[in-house]
Structure formats: C-alpha cells, structure tokens
Design a protein around this ligand. Structure first.
Ligand code: ATP
Ligand code: MG
Length: 388
C-alpha cells in the first residue's frame, strides 16, 4: 500500500492541440514546486498526473502543489494492486484515516473503472468495498444521495483510493502564456495583478521604482518580500529596481504640479517598456483599477498608454478594492502590502492631480524635458535582483 498524490488537470491541457507542450510545462512546474521533497516519481496514467510519495511529507507537498497553476484537483491517495482483497483493505484504511480527521457518519463509494480489462464492473466493486467498510468500520452508514464522504476507487494500471479532492487554482502552467513585466509597487494591487496573470500562464518579471534616499531601504525590502511571496506561485523571477528620483525632481522643476502623477506614470511605463524590449518580454502588467485614484480614469489611462507601444495588461481594471483585497489575503501578500512604508508616488504628490488629462497637454509639458536621456540614466543605474 503506497502513498500517491493524484492531480487532475484542466480540460484545456488534456484536449488542446498543444497538449504535450502544456503537459510538459506543467510537469516541470510541479517538479520545481516539490524539489525539496524526497518523492518517488512523477508519471501520468490515463488523464491524471501521479506522484509517488510518503505519508509524513504529504501535507507539506500538498501545500506547495496548491500554488502550481494548471492543477484543478489534488488528492492524497493510496495505491494498491488491482486485487479485490488489497483494495478492500486499503479502502478501510483510507476511510479510517478520513474519520480521524473529520466527522463522518455516511459515505458512498464511487468507482471509476478506466481499465476495462478489470473483470469486476464498477457497481459491483463499489458494492463489495462498501460492504467491507460497513463490516470493519463502526458507526458508518451508506448514503447514496448526500453522503458526508465520497470514497473514490480509480481502477487504472494501478488502483488508487482516496476521499479528498483539494481544489487547485486552475489556470494555465506558468510559461505557456508569454512573458510579462509587472510594475510592482509596495501596495496591495500590483502583486494581485501579477498573481492573476501568472495564473493565466504568463511568466512574470518585476520592475519597482523608488526614490532613494527619499524612500527608505526598508521600502525596497518590503517590495522584495512581496516578490518572494509571488515567486511561490510564479517561480523565480528577476526584479529590476529603478531609482526615479532625478526624473521626479526634473518634472517637479519644469512641469505643472497637477500633472506630476501622470507624468511620473508615463516615465514608469517607458522605463518598463525599455526593460521589456531588452529582455524579450511581450507585455507590461499593472495593478490599475478603473476609478481607484485620479490617474486611473479612462482619460488618465489613455494618456499613460500613449507613452508606450507594448501591450499593457491591467487584470484588475474591473475589480473593486474589496475583491482585490480578498485575493491579496488568499495569496498572503496582504499583510506585507499594508505595512506603512513610503512609496515613490507619495513624493511630490500634487494636491489636485488632473483627473482628465489630455495627451496634447501632457506631451507639451514633456517637451521641456529630456525624456530619452532621463530614461537612459535611470536604466543604466538600476539594480537587478533574483527573487526566489
Ligand atoms: P495600492 O493602490 O493598493 O497602493 P498600488 O500601489 O499597486 O496599490 P497605485 O499606487 O494605485 O497602486 O499604482 C497603480 C499601479 O502602478 C500599480 O498597481 C503598479 O502596477 C504601478 N506602480 C505604482 N507605483 C509603482 C512603483 N513604485 N513601482 C512599480 N510600479 C508602480
Ligand atoms: Mg492602486
């Protein structure tokens, strides 16, 4: 009787033309997420992925696997030979273990005979295993309609028995959806934006803007801490850290105060685009959400977009703050996000920012400054960190 983890993957991966590409990526993501564990092997058997493991590391492995995108259900299971006696014994054990964790009064056996060569038909297997459980485990009844627990018997090349189906995030394996550069601030929104795009298969890198020494080193550390949590979902990534203090000073000296925010944002986009171009990254990702602040109006976003040619993805555009916070809590970035360290955006913050900027006005203001030179200068002094 061996321990396994079984993994159901989305239909997309199983049926699409690129099935092998998706599956290979998924398996390599899975391997990476459990590399610190001492597992037996990973293999596929009739539509599911299996990992041979041991009981004592099961819970920790499940926690790591839950963060891999592309997994729909994850089940700890027991594997035995396709022999009714063995199967009954294993089913009794699995049920007793379930009862040690949860209150269980009723159950139903669900058999899936994928191996049609197995001589006993599914209803009969369920009936015999149900009978063996009733005889050997006290205090249980069968309930075919609303059981407390389903006991699954999957008959394939081996027989796998389990009760729990832990829901994964679904989505697509990271690396199947192109590359994106996430503008990562220390706030709540941008990490959530990165998480959501990684969930759709995008391989993420990050860029953070700061105004050291006006913003503190602790503020940069906070962003690295956020990036580290994100990397549990996205895999390791590069974080580019760019000082934009000179740019802000220049804007402050030469441009209308009310345009400060929108002008800074256009510089952030330009610098991000340059990093993206130089590193073969296809799109920029931000945590903007419509109407959240003055620069995130339709007009504001239009002007921001005009600074760059690359696709700008804003996965939070239609979400309320409440919904964003719920995701941040779930992925465990929230507590770090709300730590009160300074952000470069708070420096030179205009009292009355323009909410409906016009491209012509903003471009006119930029005529007074050396945009190209400032971008170059900022990029040549940036730091790059490897986040793991
Ligand atoms: P919150 O609104 O919770 O503070 P936030 O800082 O992510 O989160 P905004 O300040 O509204 O959001 O900025 C909008 C978006 O611009 C961010 O989601 C992020 O993508 C980008 N951004 C803002 N400031 C920075 C920064 N210092 N470094 C990198 N990206 C930034
Ligand atoms: Mg925001």
């Amino acid at each position: 009787m061996k321990r396994f983890i079984s993994i159901s993957v989305g239909e997309l991966i199983l049926k699409g033309r690129n099935r092998k590409f998706f599956l290979d990526k998924l398996i390599s993501r899975i391997q990476r997420s459990i590399k610190e564990f001492d597992y037996d092997k990973i293999y596929t058997e009739q539509g599911k992925i299996y990992i041979g493991t041991s009981e004592n590391q099961m819970d920790k492995m499940l926690d790591s696997l839950k963060k891999v995108f592309g997994l729909v259900y994850i089940s700890p299971c027991v594997g035995v030979e396709k022999d009714m006696d063995e199967m009954e014994k294993a089913a009794i054990k699995v049920m007793k273990e379930k009862m040690a964790r949860d209150v269980v009064k009723t159950f139903k056996v669900v058999t899936n005979r994928a191996d049609k060569g197995f001589p006993i038909q599914s209803p009969e297997v369920s009936r015999r295993i149900g009978g063996a459980i009733l005889k050997n485990v006290e205090g249980l009844k069968v309930d075919l309609h609303q059981p407390d627990v389903y006991l699954y018997i999957d008959i394939k090349e081996n027989c796998y028995i389990y009760t729990d189906r832990i829901q994964g995030y679904g989505g697509l394996p990271v690396g199947t959806g192109g590359k994106g550069l996430l503008l990562l601030s220390g706030g709540i929104d941008s990490s959530v934006a990165g998480f959501l795009m990684a969930k759709r298969g995008v391989k993420i890198s990050g860029v953070h803007f700061h105004s050291y020494p006006f913003t503190s080193e602790r503020a940069e550390k906070k962003v690295k801490d956020l990036a580290r949590i994100l990397s549990m979902y996205t895999g390791r990534f590069k974080l580019y850290s760019v000082n934009i203090l000179n740019i802000q000073k220049e804007l402050n000296a030469k441009c209308p105060e009310k345009e400060m925010t929108i002008l800074s944002r256009r510089f952030m986009m330009r610098i991000a685009e340059r990093i993206a171009v130089e590193n073969g990254i296809d799109a920029l990702i931000t945590g903007e959400s419509l109407g959240q602040v003055a620069s995130q109006t339709v007009e504001g976003l239009t002007v921001t977009d005009r600074a760059v040619d690359k696709l700008v993805i804003r996965p939070l555009i239609g979400l309320d703050k409440r919904e964003i916070i719920d995701i941040a809590r779930d992925i465990e970035t929230y507590d770090i996000s709300i730590l009160p360290y300074d952000d470069c955006c708070t420096l030179f913050l205009p009292k009355h920012p323009v909410t409906r900027p016009r491209v012509e006005d903003i471009e006119r203001s930029e005529n007074n400054i050396d945009v190209y030179g400032l971008v170059n200068e900022a990029i040549s002094a940036m730091n790059i960190y490897d986040i793991e």
